[in-house]
Design a protein around this ligand. Structure first.
Ligand SMILES: Nc1ncnc2c1ncn2[C@@H]1O[C@H](COP(=O)(O)OP(=O)(O)O)[C@@H](O)[C@H]1O
Ligand SMILES: [Mg+2]
Length: 481
């Protein structure tokens, strides 16, 4: 069943889950990357700032030139560096060196996580100490070092340097471990999303799954199953719609089944009659002729039933009613009047002729009117008056309609039968004057199908004992505004 269908092979649940996980993963990945690179940039800046700040502090200290411990001025570089450095608390990765006599480190302080070989690195790197630059970035065996130095000269002619360095590796390592932590948390979040998404999608899609299973279980023979409706959301609406579709299908199949049963029954009767007569057929020519006559009549009836059944079957199709263009109602009425004259010797009277156009199927209207006229002849005696008419009117909603009607002076229709006789195979109790038992009860059903096909209606008006008026009212749409 699945081959040849475009679209995803994956179930809705998987697709919802997939998109959910993909978007969560993308958002979290973007977050981890951007936070991590921001932290990294910040670590670099902080290292520079720290170095610059220490140097500035020292410059100020040196400019004041007073030993805060003795409140006397410094006279030599070494104690100045010594006092300054003792009072410092270097930060992470930081190293401060006091250097006198062009390279001898007399004093050093290190911060937390500063590589143990820091002084060694700096001391080895004569480029750093000897260069004219006052700050820079150096690559050492312990990693990147951001540094700056400040020179001092005392009155005694002694020279010295304060060297401030900051190894960025510890800070970067911290960024890396934060990043790892964030990545791990993100993976956890995606996993949690997956579990929750799977459960929630399953919960939301449950009615659809139930619907699918129910639909798979429903067969033509058993249309009684319905989907349980839960909640009040759009899926509940879908279930309600689905159930009402099943209601319609069930009733359509039931109607069709009844129709087939009734049709079979109606056709079997004439067959039984014909067979019975043929089996008992004797040699008497008179009897033979009578039997032949009867058989022919029954065959005619069968043929009529089959024709009517075909008409009703066709009524289900879209092309049953063919509206080509405007039909001149007056001309159509006169045509019908001419045709009904042939049905039976009655006093046919045309009481009213609608004058104007209408968008209707002239052939089907003629068929309906002939059907009604035939019924009228079957319920009236020789020479009785049957009136035909067509007129424009308004239906109960006020919409313009064109009405075609046939009135007779027969027994009429009892009120209780008025609504049922339009059903298929429905026959009333009215006494017939012609062709007793001849109808299968399909005539009025065809009339109603023709009216329905025009979105109109078929009706009967009758005072029992004083005749009946049968007719169809068809909307004329834009023609009569
Ligand atoms: N002009 C009429 N006067 C009285 N009763 C009628 C008239 N036309 C139809 N009926 C009633 O409606 C029933 C159904 O008519 P129809 O559908 O044409 O079937 P059929 O003619 O085969 O019986 C008839 O059996 C009859 O009882
Ligand atoms: Mg009939």
């Amino acid at each position: 069943m699945t081959e040849g269908r475009a679209g995803s092979r994956f179930s809705a649940r998987w697709r919802i889950l997939g998109w959910l996980m993909l978007s969560t993963a993308l958002v979290l990945t973007a977050m981890v990357i951007s936070v991590s690179s921001a932290l990294q940039a910040r670590a670099g800046h902080d290292a520079n700032d720290d170095v610059a700040q220490e140097v500035a502090e020292f410059r100020q200290f040196a400019a004041e030139g007073v030993n805060p411990e003795t409140a006397r001025p410094f006279t030599a570089a070494e104690p100045m560096l010594d006092v300054f450095l003792r009072r410092q608390q270097p930060g992470q990765g930081e190293v401060l060196l006091g250097i006198v006599d062009g390279g001898r480190a007399v004093m050093s302080v290190r911060g937390a996580d500063t590589p143990a070989r820091a002084e060694h690195d700096v001391a080895l790197d004569t480029d750093l100490l000897g260069s004219d630059d006052t700050s820079g970035v150096a690559q050492t065996p312990a990693g990147e070092l951001r540094w700056a130095k400040a020179a001092i000269a005392t009155d005694a002619g002694e020279s010295g340097h304060l060297f401030v360095g900051n190894y960025t590796a510890p800070a970067y390592a911290e960024v890396a471990s934060t990043t790892r932590l964030m990545a791990a948390a993100s993976i956890g979040a995606v996993a949690l999303t997956a579990i929750l998404g799977w459960l929630i999608a399953g919960q939301i899609l449950r009615p659809i799954r139930v619907m699918r299973l129910t639909a798979a279980d429903i067969s033509r023979e058993d249309l009684t199953r319905r989907i349980p409706v839960q909640g009040n959301d759009d899926l509940a609406d879908l279930a309600v719609e689905f159930n009402s579709m099943l209601d319609r299908l069930e009733s359509a199949f039931a109607t069709e089944q009844r129709f087939v049963d009734d049709a079979g029954h109606e056709l079997r009767t004439p067959i039984t009659i014909i067979r019975g007569h043929l089996e008992l057929l004797g040699d008497d020519p008179l009897e033979r002729r009578a039997t032949l006559n009867l058989v022919t009549q029954e065959l005619d009836r069968m043929s009529r039933i089959v024709t009517d059944l075909l008409a009703l079957a066709k009524a289900e199709r879209d092309d049953f009613i063919q509206i080509g263009g405007r039909v001149d109602v007056a001309e159509l009425t006169l045509d019908i009047d001419a045709k009904v004259q042939q049905l039976a010797p009655r006093t046919w009277v045309l009481t009213h002729v609608a004058d104007g156009p209408a968008r209707i199927d002239a052939q089907r209207v003629t068929q309906a009117m002939l059907q009604l006229a035939q019924n009228a002849t079957q319920h009236t005696d020789h020479g009785a008056e049957i009136r035909l008419s067509s007129y424009f009117a308004q239906d109960e909603t006020g919409a313009p309609v064109v009405v075609f009607a046939v009135s007779d002076t027969g027994p009429g229709v009892p009120a209780a039968e008025a609504s049922t006789i339009f059903e298929r195979f429905a026959r009333g109790t009215a006494r017939r004057t012609v062709g007793e038992h001849s109808g299968a009860g399909l005539g009025l059903a065809i009339v109603r199908a023709i009216a329905d096909g025009h979105n109109g209606s078929a009706f009967v008006d009758s005072t029992p004992g004083q005749g009946a008026t049968f007719g169809i009212a068809l909307p004329t749409r834009e023609e009569r505004i």
